[in-house]
Design a protein around this ligand. Structure first.
Ligand SMILES: C[S@@+](CC[C@H](N)C(=O)[O-])C[C@H]1O[C@@H](n2cnc3c(N)ncnc32)[C@H](O)[C@@H]1O
Length: 383
């Protein structure tokens, strides 16, 4: 596909997303229909679409409207690409710009340039203080790819060498040796032998750092295990078996496969069958995902105040449920991939008011400015 044809395809896909279709689904539907597109076309198209979604407001301002065409026009104006060379109408290129399209579009206002929904700005500023603007701008950029070297299968150096043999260059994080940043060959990781052999898992740096701060002794319950990202990271320490639980057992289907690949000992418990108590209970609760909006930028625009209120109520309920399984003198780790106070610090303040006997041991907010995705950890100890 020519660059202009890719832009025409991005216009179609963006229009579907703006009409309500989830981004991943819209891309997949287009790829199935557009069989002429090669893998590099699909990758470039994905980048075009995701980039536009991360910068939706500012691009719409520059392009003069909230349509696929305006967003691509905004992209041209932002990146200095002459729209007349793209909107030519030739072969698969977008149709030429009409006079009114060339006439409209303006520099984004200060609020538009942050690329956040207006209603969220006060919460964002309250949560992030002096870093609020920098973090909003960081969320407009593409996220890096991080891997976790699985210590059950070898050393980080062995994982790096195996990846390098398949053309994937990585670098260890300065503070956490098992966290590998992918420098090149990112698109090859999922199909690589190193990944299929369980030498590495896909996991962002921030949750890896959070897991590295958890106590290493004793029995461990991942109360909201889902696909098992945290359970696998904690089981990789090889110290104690991990028990995994989720209210929706369907969410744990992948976990069995991933545990076998990783050589991890994970006991999966169906909802309603969980008994006993644990030295460490991890509650990685459902959240707005505001810390991961670089990867799921359409979620940034879908979130509504009512969703935040619903999530906050669910998070409080899960904290109370999970606390029932914490052994005396045990620990409770609350985690979200959100940057917002209502889902993080406020939840902990309310929890410690509701329940006597917990003290804060560690509270961390990881962000693209000090780690990678936005990720919150609060570790509490029960008296
Ligand atoms: C953020 S996801 C977990 C991600 C997972 N820990 C990982 O690292 O891949 C939150 C999970 O909480 C689960 N969940 C929702 N309500 C729950 C409840 N009341 N009890 C336990 N799990 C719950 C959801 O099904 C979902 O899988």
């Amino acid at each position: 596909m020519t660059p202009a044809a890719r832009i025409a395809a991005a216009i179609t896909i963006l229009d579907r997303i703006l009409a309500g279709e989830p981004a991943e689904q819209a891309l997949l539907r287009w790829a199935r229909a557009g069989r002429f597109a090669g893998s590099s076309d699909r990758a470039a198209l994905r980048d075009l679409v995701f980039d536009s979604l991360r910068k939706l407001r500012s691009r719409a301002a520059l392009g003069g409207g909230m349509t696929g065409r305006s967003l691509m026009l905004g992209m041209c104006r932002e990146t200095g690409l002459d729209p007349a060379t793209v909107f030519t109408g030739e072969r698969y290129a977008p149709m030429p710009l009409a006079a009114d399209e060339t006439a409209i579009g303006a520099m984004p206002t200060a609020a538009e340039a942050l690329d956040l929904p207006d209603w969220l700005l006060p919460d964002w500023r309250q949560a992030l203080g002096p870093e609020a603007e920098k973090l909003a701008l960081a969320m407009r950029e593409r996220a890096p790819l991080w891997l976790r070297a699985n210590l059950l299968r070898g050393t980080p150096e062995q994982a790096m060498a195996a990846l390098a043999g398949e053309g994937i260059e990585t670098r260890q994080d300065a503070g956490l040796a098992s966290a590998l940043s992918v420098l090149s060959g990112a698109r090859r990781v999922a199909a690589s032998q190193a990944y299929r052999d369980g030498l590495v898992e896909l996991q962002d740096l921030s949750p890896q750092l959070a897991c590295s701060l958890l106590p290493e002794r004793g029995s461990l319950l991942d109360y909201c295990a889902g696909g098992g990202g945290k359970a696998l990271a904690l089981a990789a320490r090889g110290l104690f078996p991990v028990t995994a639980h989720d209210a929706d057992p369907g969410r744990m289907v992948d976990l069995r496969v991933r545990a076998v690949r990783a050589g991890a000992r994970i006991r999966i418990v169906e909802p309603g069958r969980l008994t006993g108590s644990f030295d460490l209970v991890v509650a990685d609760v459902p959240c707005s995902g505001s810390g991961t909006w670089r990867r799921t930028p359409d979620a940034k625009w879908r979130l509504r105040p009512a969703d935040l209120a619903r999530l906050a109520a669910l998070q409080a309920r899960i904290l109370d449920e999970a606390a029932e399984f914490v052994a005396p003198k045990g620990a409770l780790a609350y985690m979200t991939c959100s940057l917002l106070r209502a889902e993080n610090q406020d939840q902990i303040a309310k929890f410690t008011q509701r329940r006597a006997g917990y003290e804060l041991v560690e509270e961390r907010m990881f962000t693209p400015l000090n780690a990678s995705d936005g990720f919150y950890l609060c570790l509490m100890r029960r008296h």
